[in-house]
Design a protein around this ligand. Structure first.
Ligand SMILES: [Zn+2]
Length: 223
């Protein structure tokens, strides 16, 4: 198994459920949306082998939470999903929970879903502070492995103010879309933990080629 395979099954499963929910809420035809999504994903995959992989393992198979996928799958999925739901040219990422986009909503949805199902035990009875101090990292470790989790630091800046730092160097999954799902995931998790007036911002992004540094910093505040 290649070193870049991760246990992303649950995230991919969440993406498919998110598309269904989004279509329901916005009155979109799910079959039509999935047709566009699959076509765009095959195109974005960039090679016949990868397109075939998507067909066999994602679109025609049953996606198990425990399944392992190469890191490129989620990036392709996120971009194809944005185009299918909002059209070509829609923003692919955001740097603030004040400006939600499809990838943000997908991360938020996954946090809500995981808190109610597969990672329920990681959310139950936790205060936002407790969850940020240790649980977030435990979930991350579960999904991406120890090596990726070790690049992750959570600082307590003050009351109801945390700073999450992520060293993305050398990670295949690093992208501004991936970071945007992180903004949504943190936002959605804090919603589930009962926090109010949540604000998650990600102005310093290591995946942004124009920024000149490679550490991603998320600021998380709430009341
Ligand atoms: Zn980033």
């Amino acid at each position: 198994m290649a070193g870049t395979d991760r246990q992303l099954g649950d995230f991919i499963k969440g993406r498919l459920l998110f598309v269904e929910e989004y279509c329901r809420e916005h009155g979109l035809d799910k079959d039509q949306v999935m047709e566009v999504l699959q076509r765009e994903a095959r195109r974005l995959a960039g090679s016949p082998e990868k397109a075939e992989f998507l067909d066999q393992k994602v679109f025609r198979g049953v996606v198990l939470s425990s399944a392992y996928f190469p890191e490129w799958v989620d990036g392709v999925f996120l971009e194809a999903m944005t185009i299918a739901l909002k059209g070509a040219g829609a923003p692919l990422f955001t740097t603030s929970s004040k400006r939600p986009c499809v990838t943000f909503e997908a991360g938020r949805f996954n946090a809500h879903r995981q808190a109610d199902s597969v990672f329920k035990v990681f959310f139950q009875g936790k205060k936002p502070e407790e969850w940020l101090r240790s649980t977030f990292l435990a979930i991350y470790r579960q999904c991406y492995g120890e090596e990726v989790a070790s690049k992750f630091v959570v600082d307590e800046v003050g009351p109801q103010h945390f700073r999450v730092r992520m060293d993305n160097r050398g990670l295949g999954k690093a992208s501004r879309m991936d970071c945007s799902t992180g903004v949504g995931y943190l936002f959605g998790a804090l919603e589930k933990l009962g926090a109010k007036d949540i604000l998650v911002t990600h102005d310093k992004c290591g995946a942004d080629p124009g920024m000149g540094f490679q550490i991603c910093i998320y600021e998380v505040t709430w009341k």
